[in-house]
Structure formats: structure tokens, C-alpha cells
Design a protein around this ligand. Structure first.
Ligand SMILES: O=C(O)CCC(=O)c1ccccc1C(=O)O
Ligand SMILES: [Mg+2]
Length: 388
């Protein structure tokens, strides 16, 4: 296949970016300090003469997705094939099954944004139309979100939690697993005492615990009335995860289903909640259809970013809005970035995000973001790698 194969005069352009985090996000897998990714823009004309334009983003994060270099190399190939800047022939045909998840996310998103804009529908409504039941279903106007609280001392964890509650969040997710279990449980207990009983709490261990630790954690978190614990055990310990069910706190899967691992089957026997990261699922379209299938078997889907830039974060908000009655999602990650590529069309207010009402992602808000293409020393104009 080729991107925009049905378009005349198509042009795909890439921009590499690198965005520092405001302060490092502490997790069981180490500290995240910056996010590197690619913006993609597709322009062309339909045979009717109508102009088509779409924007996408690939912000890879191993082990959830491929690494940056593979993602970039994939997109340089996709771009050159789409633009016809290499001689016609087999090398212009890209096998879609070989496109890794973050690169595929951008592919899905440029197409979905372009299609939704052409249909004059917000992306959320377009996604709901395409993935809904026969009658279709409306997209939500707002999505509830959780605050993301990184690893830290008891004091700094409580401080961050309290400030999130002051900002209007009624659901907090605490990163855990970076320190020993008793220290983590002290943090969780201190936050519960500080925020009271009306705030929903979640913990995310990123697969750090042993079976014994996970069992102890689950019992302690149940007593603190935590809503769920995300990935208490390594991604492939399906049996261990199943054994943690029914002890008073929900079991959520993240790494088990976002990344190279095989899903436990049937997933409802292993999880109450499944976290869907569009960047790891290969795009918003697949995210919404997987979410609807999960719902149908009684598993609760939650959408989160991989701490993406504004284009993918906005897409994730649309995807979440296309899932009926989605609970609080991990989409309040824009504030973790010290800078971003554009003004935020999906700011968090009172623990909720309003879904942009313009066509596609956010009307033409992202149309100026991809300047002259210089990514990958590309054939579309040469130049060096990077623009910052
Ligand atoms: O869910 C959230 O609150 C934010 C997203 C988040 O925690 C995250 C962000 C980047 C990579 C991994 C994760 C994770 O859920 O483990
Ligand atoms: Mg997680």
C-alpha cells in the first residue's frame, strides 16, 4: 500500500521533534525526561478536485512501541513511497503488516483526520460512526481524566496529589513500583488520608512486583479503597494476574496488551480493566474498535497517552470520546511537558477535557506545524536530521 494512494498530487511531509518534560516522571521503569517523535502531514487532491489534508503523530516509547530510529526509518520509507521520490516499482509498496505500532498510529491518524475533515465531522464522531453498532452512537462532548502522579517521597506525592485535587481532579493515578513495597504503600496510604474518600485512586506498578508483593499490595490497596492497580505483575504473567482478581481492587492490564506481548485469552478472565494506548495499539481507529469489543465482554476500557505531543494527545481524547461511558482516562499528560508543538486544544479543566468540535482533530489548528521536510536526510529536499 501507499499513503494517500487515491490522491492526486499527494505530498507527505515529516517533522522530527523532541520535547523536554517539565520535571522527570518517575516510574518503576526509570525516569522519563523527554519525548521524541515525528509529525506527519498529508496533503493532496481527490479526483473531484477537493483538497484533502491530515495530520498525524508518531511518538514511540519502547517497550510499548518500536524505538525512535525504527519509527523514523519506517516513515522515511512511507513518505518516499507516497511522494514517488523513488523510482516506481516494488520498493514503493509498503507492507502494512510490517509497520510497527507508533508509525502505524501516525498512518492511521493522517488518514482519519483527513477523512473526518473531508466529512466535516469531529474525529470522535467519525470514529464513533465507523466503529459503533449498526445504529451508530454519538461521541461524548467531554472525557473525564485522571491526574498522573509520578514516583516521589511521601511528602512530594501527597503534595502533588493535593494540588491535583485543588485543580479539580477527582481521580488520581499514582506511579508505584520504583521503591520498595512498604514505602509505596506508605505513599498510597498518605494520599488516601490527604485527599479523603471522595477521590478515586489508582496505582500503576508497571510490572515491577513479584507475585508475593503483588498479593500484599492488592490487599493493602483494597483496604485503602483503590479503584484498580495497573500492571501489578510482569506483562506475561497471565496466570499470576488472574489470581489477583476478586480481592477488592480491580486489576488493570497495560504492558500485557500494549506492546509486543500476546493478549491473555479470554481477557475477561485476567482483567477488570484494560488500558489502551493508541500509540501502542496502532492508532485511534483500532483503539476504539478494541474498546468496544472489550465492553461487549464486560471488561472496562481506559484510554491513556504514552506522554505524547499535542497532536496524538488530541487524537487520544477523540478516541476516548468515541467509547460510550468511558471512565477517567490517562489523558492529562500535556502538563507533564515543558513545551509542546502548538497551543493545546484539549486543556484539562476540573478533571475533564472538552472534545474539540471542529472537523477532524481540531479543524486547521495543526496545519502549520510541519514546515520544510528535512527528516531522515530525506529525498524530499535533503537537509539534516532534526529541526530543533
Ligand atoms: O495513565 C496515565 O495517567 C498517564 C500515562 C502513563 O502513565 C504512561 C505514560 C507513558 C508510558 C507509560 C504509562 C503507563 O501507563 O504505564
Ligand atoms: Mg501503565
Amino acid at each position: 500500500m501507499r499513503i494517500g494512494a487515491h490522491l492526486v498530487d499527494r505530498e507527505v511531509r515529516l517533522r522530527e521533534f523532541s520535547l523536554p518534560l517539565r520535571s522527570p516522571l518517575g516510574t518503576a521503569k526509570g525516569e522519563m525526561t523527554e519525548r521524541r517523535g515525528l509529525l506527519v502531514e498529508l496533503r493532496g487532491e481527490l479526483e473531484t478536485g477537493d483538497e484533502v489534508r491530515g495530520v498525524g503523530e508518531a511518538t514511540p516509547l519502547p517497550p510499548w512501541t518500536e524505538g525512535y530510529e525504527e519509527c523514523l526509518a519506517t516513515w522515511v520509507t512511507l513518505r518516499d513511497a507516497a511522494n514517488g521520490t523513488v523510482s516506481d516499482g516494488d520498493e514503493n509498496e509498503v507492507d502494512i503488516d510490517g509497520v510497527p505500532p507508533a508509525a502505524r498510529h501516525a498512518m492511521n491518524l493522517v488518514g482519519a483526520d483527513a477523512s473526518a475533515r473531508y466529512a466535516k465531522r469531529p474525529l470522535a464522531a467519525w470514529l464513533a460512526d465507523r466503529t459503533g453498532d449498526s445504529g451508530g452512537s454519538d461521541a461524548a462532548a467531554e472525557v473525564p481524566v485522571n491526574a498522573t502522579v509520578g514516583d516521589g517521597s511521601v511528602e512530594s506525592t501527597v503534595e502533588e496529589a493535593e494540588s491535583a485535587v485543588v485543580d479539580g481532579f477527582d481521580c488520581l493515578k499514582l506511579k508505584a513500583g520504583a521503591r520498595d513495597l512498604d514505602a509505596d504503600l506508605d505513599r498510597c496510604r498518605a494520599v488516601r488520608e490527604a485527599v479523603g474518600d471522595d477521590v478515586a485512586l489508582r496505582a500503576d506498578a508497571n510490572g515491577a512486583w513479584s507475585r508475593d508483593e503483588a498479593e500484599r499490595a492488592v490487599d493493602a490497596l483494597a483496604a485503602l479503597d483503590f479503584e484498580y492497580v495497573e500492571q501489578p505483575l510482569p506483562a506475561d504473567d497471565h496466570e499470576g494476574l488472574a489470581a489477583l482478581r476478586g480481592r477488592g481492587v480491580g486489576i488493570a492490564l497495560d504492558e500485557s496488551v500494549n506492546g509486543p506481548n500476546t493478549w491473555p485469552d479470554p481477557v475477561r478472565e485476567f482483567a477488570d480493566v484494560v488500558v489502551l494506548k493508541p500509540m501502542a495499539q496502532g492508532g485511534p481507529t483500532r483503539t476504539v474498535s478494541v474498546a468496544r469489543r472489550l465492553r461487549a465482554q464486560g471488561v472496562t476500557p481506559v484510554v491513556t497517552t504514552t506522554v505524547d505531543a499535542v497532536v496524538a494527545r488530541t487524537a487520544a481524547v477523540h478516541a476516548a470520546a468515541a467509547i460510550p461511558n468511558v471512565p477517567a482516562c490517562g489523558l492529562a499528560t500535556g502538563d507533564l511537558l515543558a513545551e509542546d508543538l502548538a497551543a493545546d486544544p484539549v486543556p484539562v479543566e476540573d478533571g475533564r477535557v472538552r472534545v474539540p468540535e471542529g472537523p477532524g482533530l481540531a479543524g486547521d489548528a495543526f496545519d502549520r506545524l510541519v514546515g520544510d521536510d528535512s527528516a531522515g536526510g530525506g529525498s524530499a529536499g535533503g537537509g539534516s536530521v532534526g529541526n530543533d
